[in-house]
Ligand binder design. Structure first.
Ligand SMILES: Nc1ncnc2c1ncn2[C@@H]1O[C@H](COP(=O)(O)OP(=O)(O)OP(=O)(O)O)[C@@H](O)[C@H]1O
Length: 305
């Protein structure tokens, strides 16, 4: 059964702008997919629909289902939407942490949907819950920052704290909306490695929207490309060469390619379904990415499924 199934999804904003146009695709459980597209192509809008944060245009053909259960249908959220959202972690470009609170507290916020409201309001978390938060922080490699104020962390560390919050929520699907757009290359790689490791080792289904196709080729076996709200490519990331991108986007393809990309397309190295080592190493070399095995084991999500 598909982890995510999207049929006939269109979105027209007030004023008549059609941001998504009859989008259809399925995402298998445990896939890691890149969402690529020039600015304004509809990536964020699509992610927000999958997360159940926005309602699609009314149409009998429209359905967004999570794990086989409709989240929205005919342009309306279903009664199951709230429960289904608990399985979906959403990570945004701007980390969405509360700067003045500790990293630990920010991560524990991920539990608010599963504990009594009064405890959440008073910030009363059990020892076990705090232990899970520490495990989640260890999983993303920043357990040493648990007591620091979130605002003092680097951008990449804040992004990893946001991933830890999604982990503690018990999410089995991770939607990351341009999670590396504000980061320097080294922090970007660490965040992508973290996402790939959760996908590879824990079977987390991941959709990550990206501005640069090299990261898609490096970490995601499959890429879906959008142009003006339409799916214009859905296939192996390695097939999305610079030439193919130019064919699809014309001059706008330049914003999707790091300078110096050649068409000797490397295979994705980081993720579950595409561990082609030699080609992956070529990609790593192209991006100056240090190839190293993931160090952590996921205790948190495993204990909460
Ligand atoms: N609330 C809204 N009201 C009206 N138009 C909107 C709204 N949200 C998005 N749009 C428009 O829909 C289109 C798609 O926007 P979206 O943010 O999904 O693109 P994107 O691919 O994520 O772009 P970027 O890479 O620049 O973040 C854009 O033209 C945008 O201006």
């Amino acid at each position: 059964m598909a982890a995510i199934s999207i049929q006939g999804l269109s979105k027209t904003f007030p004023g008549g702008y059609r941001a998504l146009d009859d989008v259809c695709f399925d995402v298998g459980s445990g896939e890691m997919i890149a969402l690529i597209g020039a600015s304004g192509s509809g990536k964020s809008t699509l992610i927000r629909h999958i997360a159940g944060l926005v309602q699609a245009d009314r149409s009998e053909l429209c359905c967004v289902a999570i794990g086989g259960e409709p989240m929205q249908q005919d342009g309306r959220l279903t009664p199951r939407a709230k429960a289904l959202r608990r399985h979906i972690g959403v990570i945004f470009q701007q980390f969405n942490l509360v700067s003045r609170l500790s990293v630990m507290t920010n991560v524990l916020v991920g539990m608010l949907g599963s504990i009594p409201a009064w405890r959440g309001t008073l910030g009363l978390f059990t020892r076990q819950e705090k232990l899970l938060a520490m495990q989640a922080l260890a999983r993303v490699g920043i357990e040493g920052k648990a007591r620091a104020r979130a605002g003092t962390l680097s951008g990449g560390q804040q992004q990893r704290a946001a991933i830890a919050r999604a982990l503690i929520q018990g999410a089995r699907v991770l939607l990351a909306d341009e999670p590396i757009a504000s980061l320097d290359p080294s922090s970007a790689r660490r965040v992508m490695e973290t996402l790939a490791s959760l996908n590879r080792e824990d079977g987390m289904t991941v959709i990550v929207s990206l501005h640069q196709v090299e990261y898609a080729r490096m970490y995601c076996p499959r890429t879906i490309a959008l142009k003006a709200g339409e799916v214009v490519f859905d296939g192996a990331s390695t097939d999305l060469t610079a030439a193919r991108l130019r064919e699809i986007y014309g001059d706008a393809s330049e914003e999707l390619i790091l300078p110096g990309l050649t068409d000797a397309a490397p295979a994705p190295a980081g993720a579950r379904a595409g561990a082609g080592a030699p080609a992956g190493q070529a990609a790593a070399a192209a991006l100056a990415v240090p190839m190293r095995p993931a160090r952590h084991t996921l205790e948190v999500a495993a204990g909460r499924t």
